[in-house]
Write a protein of this length. Structure first.
Length: 249
């Protein structure tokens, strides 16, 4: 399955009142769109009533915040769950996520970087990325299996259940922001305008989107920059609207 970044309220997320970047691209160009699970079953993409989810999600937020308080993480208010709040999505896909880790690892360990990465490549089997996991896997959310980052002003990694029972590893937007800052400092040292430009609509043109969807491989550095920009934009959006960042796959 592909990888999208969703940044928005949990009620909007569960009620399916949002669209992935690929879905919007397809609809804008008059194309059909569907998503299937690993067994080939098609997902129902029709939005549902957000009121069905609000109480459960509110109770889940209280549970997580209560657990943090009991563990010495301080007292925090619920974050935003207004289903009318806007959302942000970006499409790095797994090859983009791997490219970001590869560029980070190659710069950190002074290893040669492959100029291209193939769609569907098993990035976690790369020796340079394996070293990154060995050295930073326990404390870095991008390496430790975190898929939900909560908009809280502290750093932690915590295993929990999602509002409807599935297992999830949680981190915080504050932690993700710090990791992105370190990656940028070590790899590019780019300013805000440059970072935003990597993921701008002008950079991610129709031709670029089509090439990503149809080509068997992509430029490693370019793909890492696009993925970094998407995550950077997600953090900015989260801080502005007080909403979680989610890896959707």
């Amino acid at each position: 399955m592909g990888l999208d970044i969703y940044t928005g309220t949990l009620t909007r997320y569960y009620s399916r009142d949002w669209k992935t970047s690929i879905q919007r691209f397809a609809e804008d160009h008059g194309k059909g769109y569907s998503r299937v699970d690993p067994d080939g079953n098609e997902y129902d993409l029709e939005p549902t009533n957000p009121e069905h989810y609000k109480e459960d999600i509110g109770q889940w937020m209280d549970y997580i915040l209560g657990s943090l308080e009991r563990d010495g993480g301080g007292t925090h208010d619920r974050w935003n769950d207004d289903d009318g709040c806007p959302y942000y999505t970006g499409w790095p896909d797994w090859d983009g996520f791997g490219a970001l880790l590869m560029v980070t690892a190659c710069n950190l360990y002074d290893e040669p970087m492959p100029p291209k990465v193939a769609k569907g490549w098993k990035y976690h089997e790369e020796p340079a990325i394996d070293m990154l996991y060995e050295d930073y896997g326990e404390n870095m959310t991008l390496l430790s299996g975190v898929t939900w980052w909560l908009p809280l002003p502290l750093r932690f990694i915590m295993d929990a259940s999602k509002p409807y029972g599935e297992d999830v590893r949680l981190g915080t937007v504050a932690g993700l922001k710090g990791e992105l800052r370190e990656i940028n400092r070590n790899v590019w040292d780019a300013d805000e305008e440059t970072i935003l430009g990597w993921g701008s609509p002008e950079s991610l043109s129709d031709d670029w989107m089509v090439a990503r969807m149809t080509s068997g491989e992509s430029d490693t550095e370019e793909l890492a920059k696009v993925t970094f920009s998407i995550l950077h934009r997600a953090v900015r959006f989260s801080e502005e609207h007080d909403v979680p960042v989610i890896l959707n796959f």
